[in-house]
Design a protein. Structure first.
Length: 317
């Protein structure tokens, strides 16, 4: 396992201060093509690997065309990378694990506001204590406009993306209720390059669109010898290929509980359980795809219909 903290994440050349992009610099990690929003870990397909934020799976890790990660960099405290043989806490994956973790609430009680802008995107980050420092509110988001420069180059393609993160933490460092939402969207369109040379406005056709949203209710507590983490996650995903030629919609519900502690000064223990319900609906134009779900397979959604799964673990270390 490789763990990188905030200071290391922002100093590695070529990552532009993006924590998740650090993973692409590690051995065994590649991105097969610039359009693929998920890295390839030791040859495993993206559907076999886990790309996580606070133990919640991210359908997209990066925006398209080598864009930034879908989580604002200021929200990441550290990243654990398991190229293989991950802990049983990450059950359900046979490939690698990229697990990003946010900063624990109330560690920093100062008010922060940051606005950043570059040639391809604009982002905002805001965090402030509320309710007499018994709560913390965090908001972050980015809007990307690489399509503006693609049009100037008459590349025949246009891309816009955005992402957002909202969080409300209530309680104390020892007992915290958290309510959060986050999501992202990428919209890739194409147009006729010859028509663009002759006309001021050209018709754009959707080539690929992917979006996801997550809502999370979480409770955490900790003491000298016991820690607990319990959550409910509701998710909605959608991918489109072409002008509605193939659409995959996913609605998911997940519950998870993790408890850990110590037996004496040397032995640690942990146990956990989780359950998930996933409802996948695929709409395919039979003339275009012969009834095949190509995108769903690539992103680990091989089966349409409603599926249930669950599991648990016990460990000592």
């Amino acid at each position: 396992m490789t763990t990188t903290n905030t200071r290391e994440l922002k100093r590695i050349p070529g990552t532009f201060g993006d924590p998740y992009k650090v993973i692409a610099t590690l051995p065994g990690v590649t991105q097969a093509m610039s359009l693929m929003p998920l890295p390839i870990i030791r040859g495993s397909s993206p559907g076999m690997s886990g790309y996580l934020y606070d133990q919640i799976r991210l359908p997209l890790l990066f925006h398209l065309l080598y864009g930034p990660s879908v989580i604002h960099p200021e929200l990441i405290d550290h990243i654990d990378f398991h190229p293989g043989g991950a802990s049983v806490r990450y059950g359900g994956y046979t490939g690698g694990i990229v697990a990003g973790y946010s900063q624990r609430p109330f560690r920093d009680r100062t008010t922060r506001f940051e606005l950043d802008s570059s040639s391809g995107q604009t982002g905002i980050f805001f965090r402030t204590p509320i309710l007499g420092e018994r709560g913390m509110f965090t908001a972050a988001g980015r809007y990307g406009y690489p399509g503006l420069f693609l049009k100037l180059a008459n590349a025949g393609a246009s891309l816009d993306f955005w992402d957002y993160q909202l969080a409300l933490d209530l309680g104390s460092p020892q007992s915290v209720w958290s309510f959060s939402m986050f999501g992202a969207l990428d919209d890739l369109r194409e147009y006729d390059r010859r028509e663009a040379l002759q006309e001021d406005e050209v018709e754009e056709r959707q080539n690929f669109m992917a979006t996801f949203h997550r809502g999370v209710i979480r409770y955490r507590h900790r003491s000298a010898k016991l820690r607990g983490d319990y959550r409910l996650v509701i998710g909605a995903d959608q991918t489109k290929v072409g002008a509605g030629e193939q659409t995959t919609d996913t609605l998911s519900y997940e519950t998870r509980a993790d408890v850990s502690g110590k037996l004496g000064d040397w032995v640690g223990w942990g146990l956990g359980a989780r359950g998930q319900s996933r409802d996948v609906t695929i709409t395919v134009d039979p003339e275009m795809w012969n009834g095949q779900d190509t995108i769903g397979t690539a992103f680990g959604q091989q089966d349409r219909g409603r599926k249930y799964r669950g599991g648990g673990y016990v460990l000592f270390d």
